[in-house]
Each structure stands twice: as structure tokens, then as C-alpha cells.
Design a protein around this ligand. Structure first.
Ligand code: BGC
Length: 456
């Protein structure tokens, strides 16, 4: 499929960009009247993050945003996906608006537009205002109203300039990491809480889309992280494990958002912790969406194994290539996933809103160059996989590499580098890695450069 001579030109209007998230890059979390978020609180709780790393400085983007926008332009990016920190806008989570917080994002959006870069704005990338967590956070049904209120403040301020909006980033991670396993903020571990948090996240998504229809004129969608689950064998037990893992990770959010119901396996998975939901909730959750954003990193080969949650274990591939986060590099999975998405949910436009990998990067060489061939190979294979999906009829409209900058990898602190641009955390110097320069050539050629051999 990917043989020599193939033309990798992408469809007209395909949007090429890179992504970040507020807590991972901004730093200065309490500046200019902002309130703390659950991540400020979590990271400052001893033992919660690797090396005690916090987002207090991160990439100092809150103060260096102008240089970062300039860098994006130099790299040739056409789009930039970023998230807004809710507690900069509403320090208590609802009620009082902090104008200085709004101004920060307003200036950022202006600078992007002046540089010909299209903003994609995510409302929620995991940093709930701590004040709302004190009121129960995502376990409180009022969270849908809080989120719609917050969204409306931003729609009114920015919809004239921001044309692509995202409600939630990866509700699965918010719940699985934050309420079931506890590795992410707010650090709860409860199978009784997880379904409630998920459901309220989806109600909040629906409420924010409804509010957008009242206030906004452009496009809004949901971003999910999904990964195909392949059976480790052809046994019935492994097939059932795949169905559970697939329902839990891939269908738990897309089904209610797009079909208005949960997959049946969730009842089996959560047992007595799975509540009966009011029917009316699904009318709120299922709102017409303009697009779906898919974050893709890896696949899972799954087998029945009751030493794992869901009785579904992941099987390591002896011949596989694995990234620094222990994720298998499997580009074909992205093509498979996109075809599954289209077959299951129909012709909704899709953006790949995150895709990338942490690999060990050698230090900056004397000539200022950072050779990251594994990352180039990763991005190149995944872009080719997307091209295959487009050729098979999936309406993929854009690609956002994760990430523009090396940044704070949540509980893993600064130990994992996903950036196409290297960040020296002592000097805050940015150095485009070879992958950034290569990606710039891909963008300039509208994909054609993907046919060329890997650079030296
Ligand atoms: C998240 C990012 C994260 C990346 C790599 C995604 O789940 O949206 O915030 O850094 O994966 O783990």
C-alpha cells in the first residue's frame, strides 16, 4: 500500500498543526487572579507526581506565548490546538469572571490569526477548578451547568475569532485516571464513582454543545482517545475480553455522544456500580456534532486474564517497537480505527487531534540539531495510515501532532518528551527537533514529502 511512487497528497483544505494543553505548558498557574486547579493541588500533594514535578513553570508559555507563536509560524504550522485553563477564566469555577484570564487567551488567539494559524480551542483538558472539586467535581450533577456556563463565557469572548471548538479532551482518561485508578487528579480510586464521573462528563459535553448552538456560529466537537483492541487468539474468551475492552475505552463515550446509549458491556464490567440513568440524560448527551477529534497513540492486543481489570490483559508483542511510555508503535491501527469509526458512526468529519510519541532524544548537538529519527518514522507512518483511511473514504480533515513542545506529562512529570520542539527546562530555550523540520516539509508539500525516504 505504501510502496514507492505513491502520491501522498492530502485533500484540499486538510489542516496541518500541532497540539498542547494549558496545564502541560503554561506555568504561572495562579498568575493574574487565576484560581488553583485540581492539577495544581494534586501535583503539590507529596508522592503524586514523578520527582514531585509540578506545572508551576512547565514551558513558561504563559509568559513566552509570543515567541511560541512565532516558532509555530517558522515551522509552517497552519493550525494550533490548545486548551484553556478554566480557573484562569472563572477562578471559583463559576460566577465571577476574571478578565485578565480571558485577555491572555484573547491575545493568544489574535497572535495566531495574525500569523495565519487557525486556533482549535479545547475547553477542558483535565484541569478542573479546585473550587469545583470541593463541590464534588465531576461527581456532582451540577457540573453540566458549570461547564456550559464556562463555555458560554468563552464563546461570547472568542467565537468571532475561534472557529473550531472542542468540549472535552479524552473523557476516558479523566475518569479512568482520575476516578478509577487514581494516577491522575483528583486521584480517586472507586469503581462506584467512575461511571458517575463519566456520565456527568458526557452531560457536561452535551450542555456545552447546547450552549454553543445558542451563542456560537462555527463548529464544535468532542475529542476522544481510542485504540483498537485486537484479540490475542481466536478463542471465545479472548473475543469477549476484546469486546469488554473495546466497549470500555472506545464506545463508552462515543456511543452516548453519537448514538444516545451506552454499550451493553458496561453493565457487565461495572456490575452493581453501574447506575440506571434517566432517559432524558441521553437527550442532553446526544447533540449533533460538527466533528469528532480522535487522539491515537497505540493499539492493544488483548486476552482474557482475570489478573487485570475487566478480565482483559494486554499482550506485549515480541517483535513490536515500543515508545518510552511503553506503547506499541502500530500505525495500521489508526487506519483500522478510522474505518471502524466511519462504519459505526457514519460520515462525521474527523480530525486527528493528537498523535505522537515520547522517545529518548539525544542531547542538543553542537550544531544545535536534535536527531529524532524514531519520532519522524512514527509521524510519517501514521500520516501514511491516515492517507490510507482517507483513500478508503473516511472524512479526515486535519492532523495535530502531539506535541508542539516537550512538556509536563502529567503524573510522569518532565520525564517523557513528546515534543517536536525540544525544551531546555533550565533555560526555556526551544530547539526544533529534526521531526519538526521534517513535519514542516510535509506541510509545505501538502503531504507529498511522505513519499520521500527518511532523512539522514
Ligand atoms: C493527552 C495528553 C498527553 C498525551 C500523551 C493524551 O492522552 O491528551 O495530554 O500528554 O496523551 O500521554
Amino acid at each position: 500500500m505504501n510502496g514507492p511512487g505513491k502520491d501522498f497528497q492530502f485533500p484540499k483544505g486538510f489542516l496541518w498543526g500541532a497540539a498542547t494543553a494549558a496545564h502541560q505548558i503554561e506555568g504561572s498557574p495562579l498568575a493574574d487572579g487565576a484560581g488553583p486547579s485540581i492539577w495544581t493541588r494534586f501535583a503539590h500533594t507529596p508522592g503524586m507526581t514523578m520527582n514531585g514535578d509540578t506545572g508551576d513553570v512547565a514551558c513558561d508559555h504563559y509568559r513566552r506565548w509570543q515567541d511560541d507563536v512565532k516558532l509555530m509560524r517558522e515551522l509552517g504550522l497552519q493550525a494550533y490546538r490548545f486548551s484553556v485553563s478554566w480557573s484562569r477564566i472563572l477562578p471559583e469555577g463559576s460566577g465571577r469572571v476574571n478578565q485578565a484570564g480571558l485577555d491572555f487567551y484573547s491575545r493568544l488567539v489574535d497572535a495566531l490569526l495574525e500569523n495565519g494559524i487557525e486556533p482549535l480551542l479545547t475547553l477542558y483538558h483535565w484541569d478542573l477548578p479546585a473550587a469545583l472539586d470541593d463541590r464534588g467535581g465531576w461527581l456532582n450533577r451540577d457540573s453540566a451547568d458549570w461547564f456550559a456556563e464556562y463555555g458560554s463565557v468563552l464563546y461570547r469572548a472568542l467565537d468571532g475569532r475561534v472557529k473550531k471548538w472542542v468540549t472535552l479532551n479524552e473523557p476516558w482518561v479523566v475518569t479512568d485516571g482520575g476516578y478509577l485508578h487514581g494516577a491522575l487528579a483528583p486521584g480517586h480510586r472507586s469503581k462506584y464513582e467512575a461511571p458517575i464521573a463519566s456520565h456527568n462528563l458526557m452531560r457536561a459535553h452535551g450542555a456545552a454543545v447546547q450552549a454553543y448552538r445558542a451563542e456560537g456560529k462555527h463548529e464544535i466537537g468532542l475529542v476522544v482517545n481510542i485504540e483498537p483492541k485486537y484479540p490475542a487468539s481466536d478463542s471465545a474468551a479472548d473475543a469477549a475480553a476484546v469486546a469488554r475492552a473495546h466497549a470500555y475505552m472506545n464506545e463508552q463515550y462515543l456511543h452516548p455522544a453519537l448514538l444516545g446509549r451506552y454499550p451493553v458491556q458496561l453493565q457487565e464490567i461495572f456490575g452493581d456500580a453501574w447506575p440506571q440513568w434517566p432517559d432524558a440524560d441521553f437527550d442532553l448527551i446526544r447533540q449533533p456534532l460538527d466533528f469528532v477529534g480522535i487522539n491515537y497513540y497505540t493499539r492493544s492486543v488483548t486476552r482474557a486474564d482475570d489478573s487485570y481489570p475487566l478480565n482483559a490483559g494486554a499482550v506485549r508483542q515480541p517483535l513490536g517497537t515500543y515508545s518510552e511510555t511503553g506503547w506499541e508503535v502500530f500505525p495500521q491501527g489508526l487506519t483500522d480505527l478510522l474505518l471502524w469509526f466511519k462504519n459505526t458512526y457514519g460520515d462525521i468529519p474527523v480530525y486527528i487531534t493528537e498523535n505522537g510519541a515520547a522517545f529518548f532524544d539525544p542531547p542538543v548537538a553542537e550544531e544545535g540539531r536534535i536527531r529524532d529519527p524514531l519520532r519522524i518514522d512514527y509521524l510519517r507512518k501514521h500520516l501514511r495510515a491516515i492517507h490510507d483511511a482517507i483513500a478508503s473514504g473516511v472524512d479526515v480533515r486535519g492532523y495535530m501532532a502531539w506535541s508542539l513542545l516537550d512538556n509536563l506529562e502529567w503524573s510522569l512529570g518532565y520525564s517523557k518528551r513528546f515534543g517536536i520542539v525540544h525544551v531546555n527546562y533550565d533555560s526555556q530555550q526551544r530547539t526544533p527537533k529534526d521531526s519538526a523540520l521534517w513535519y514542516g516539509r510535509v506541510i509545505a508539500s501538502h503531504g507529498r514529502h511522505l513519499a520521500d525516504p527518511l532523512p539522514d
